[in-house]
Design a protein around this ligand. Structure first.
Ligand code: NAP
Length: 256
């Protein structure tokens, strides 16, 4: 049994749907106060309602994570009003585009949303966590990039591998302040964005997963909550793969 997260203040970027919503609900059920940061107000309001229905407490703050001033503003507001114990840099996008057809602006947009935003979250949280003498930072990376390649996602893979390079150095810089920086690497998790890739994709990927199913946001949330826990206080600069064994097979055939 892990120590309680009751009363902790957590920011989850991209917490309005998909994996981020799963993370937000898990923290809320554990008694934390959850600040959801994303662009869409309607989805954000719905997510806060879901948190309330689950018996938790939270708020939505509108934020585009590609904008430094916007990230700094919501982190400062949260920290000043509720304190800041944990930040989950989770917001991300994965539009499919081959290198041959990709425009430089499309590359930049994915790198800005997925990687630059991680730097912004850590930089904005640092002064508050440093002052508090503790903190937990968890990045949502992916198996794609750090472990695997996937045709059509070169920009995405680069951003997700980049998050891990950034994480290792951030972990070293922040360790003297008792702030840990870790990552989760999801495999294929059923979210709105994954559903957009179509039924054929979902079926094909599901067949390659040794544990026999696509992941659920809650699967990722469980690993995030562990990394945010008091018990994970001696773990930093590390990654947890949450993929049902997806990266284990040596061949292309679906496992028996
Ligand atoms: P999703 O269902 O599309 O949710 C993405 C969330 O990020 C939404 O809340 C979205 O809200 C927010 N977001 C996107 N761009 C943003 C921006 N510029 N500023 C602020 N918020 C923004 O995606 P998901 O599948 O849950 O993915 C979440 C994270 O998990 C991503 O980092 C993704 O790379 C990673 N991941 C997912 C999978 C998977 O299989 N699903 C696998 C590996 C890794 P708004 O659009 O309203 O801003």
């Amino acid at each position: 049994m892990l120590a309680s997260l009751k009363g902790k203040s957590v920011i989850v970027t991209g917490g309005s749907q998909g994996i981020g919503l799963g993370i937000s609900l898990a923290f809320a059920r554990a008694g934390a106060f959850v600040t959801i940061a994303a662009r869409g107000e309607e989805a954000g309001a719905n997510a806060v309602e879901e948190i309330a229905l689950a018996g938790g407490a939270g708020q939505f703050l509108q934020c585009d994570v590609t904008q430094w001033q916007a990230v700094k503003a919501i982190v400062d507001e949260t920290a000043n009003e509720n304190g800041l114990d944990i930040i989950c840099a989770n917001a991300g996008i994965f539009p499919k585009q081959t290198i041959e057809e990709m425009e430089p602006e499309q590359w930049d947009h994915v790198l800005d949303t997925n990687l630059r935003s991680s730097f912004y979250c850590v930089k904005a949280a640092l002064p508050h966590m440093k002052e508090a003498g503790q903190g937990r930072i968890i990045l949502t990376s992916s198996i794609t990039g750090p472990i695997t390649g996937d045709a059509g996602w070169s920009h995405y893979a680069a951003s997700k591998a980049g998050q891990l390079g950034f994480m290792r150095t951030a972990a070293l810089e922040l360790a003297p302040h008792k702030i840990t920086v870790n990552s989760v690497l999801p495999g294929n998790i059923r979210t709105e964005a994954l559903d957009d890739l179509g039924d054929a994709y979902l079926k094909k990927m599901g067949q390659t997963i040794p544990l026999g199913r696509l992941g659920a946001p809650q699967d990722v949330a469980s690993a995030v909550l562990f990394l945010a826990s008091e018990e994970a206080g001696y773990i930093t600069g590390q990654q947890i793969v949450v993929d049902g064994g997806q990266v284990l097979p040596e061949g292309l055939e679906a496992p028996d």
